[in-house]
Design a protein around this ligand. Structure first.
Ligand SMILES: [Zn+2]
Length: 284
């Protein structure tokens, strides 16, 4: 299998009622931890890469070359997608696609609806010619700026239908109460709205802000049409816990492999648990 786009993996997931995890990568160790665990569990996986993480790693080509080389040298035979997370413009998507990303998310959810459709269509037209899949977003996922998730931030069903029909995107992220980062209080997803949107648009839905959502809501979201779930914050926290403990308790360790390397175990544990809940084990 190796490097693929998201189309087959998400359509199969939707058909068979499980979800594929998007786990974001920041460097070599993060990619290793996620791919090692998914290889062991025989899970398909989406490596999420933000524009910021790409800059951190040194560029679009660096990311693609690193993932490709790792797949080759380690005989990675599960389906792996390299997916651009939350691109704000066509230009950013084009850079990623030209370098070899197999999937992109164009996020114009903060722009007026017509503008969102227009830019998304431009991305889809370019991407599909190169066999690259596209995810788009409607409504507003909460985060740093919004502490309160109001229902007016929810995606509108009729806009979702229009978006899917006019742009032919491969996956849709309708904001329904999830949050990037840490939840304040118990998350409450709009699960009924999710089912209505899924029944109306038919394509696989994406759930952002998958860290910190109780397992029972995740399971219900998958039943209601979600086939891709993004997880990042929990991996960051698990990695940080381990690395901080090493830094705080061990003096005079200067071998970086012994400082940041053990953090991989935390990421692997999170990925393992999520894949169990998502139902994607042995689906590769
Ligand atoms: Zn997101």
């Amino acid at each position: 299998m190796g490097l693929v786009n998201m189309k087959e993996m998400l359509q199969k997931a939707k058909r068979e009622h499980y979800a594929v995890g998007q786990f974001n990568i920041n460097n070599l160790e993060w990619m290793q931890a996620i791919l090692e665990e998914c290889m062991e569990l025989r899970c398909p996986v989406i490596l999420g890469v933000s524009e910021g993480a790409t800059k951190y790693m040194g560029g679009w080509n660096v990311v693609v070359a690193m993932v490709k080389a790792y797949i080759k040298d380690n005989n990675v035979d599960i389906p792996v997608a390299i997916h651009l997370d939350h691109a704000r413009s066509f230009e950013v998507c084009k850079n990623a696609i030209d370098a070899g990303f197999t999937s992109v998310m164009i996020d114009k959810s903060r722009s007026p609806f017509d503008e969102n459709i227009k830019e998304t269509l431009k991305v889809v037209t370019y991407a599909h010619k190169k066999d690259v899949t596209v995810e788009a977003e409607l409504g507003k996922v909460g985060g740093k700026e919004e502490d309160v998730i109001a229902e007016e931030m929810y995606a509108d069903k009729n806009e979702c239908i229009k978006m899917v029909n006019e742009t032919k995107i491969d996956a849709l992220a309708p904001a329904l109460g999830s949050v990037h980062g840490v939840y304040k209080g118990e998350p409450k997803l709009g699960l009924n709205e999710m089912k209505e949107i899924s029944d109306a648009v038919m394509i696989p839905l994406v759930l952002h802000g998958g860290s910190g959502i109780p397992d029972d809501q995740i399971i219900q979201a998958i039943k209601n049409g979600t086939a891709k779930i993004n997880v990042n914050t929990e991996n960051q926290q698990a990695w940080e816990n381990i690395v901080r403990q090493i830094v705080n308790t061990s003096d005079h360790i200067w071998d970086m492999r012994k400082i940041i390397g053990p953090g991989k175990k935390g990421i692997r544990d999170v990925v393992h648990h999520k894949c169990e809940i998502f139902g994607c084990i042995n689906k590769a």
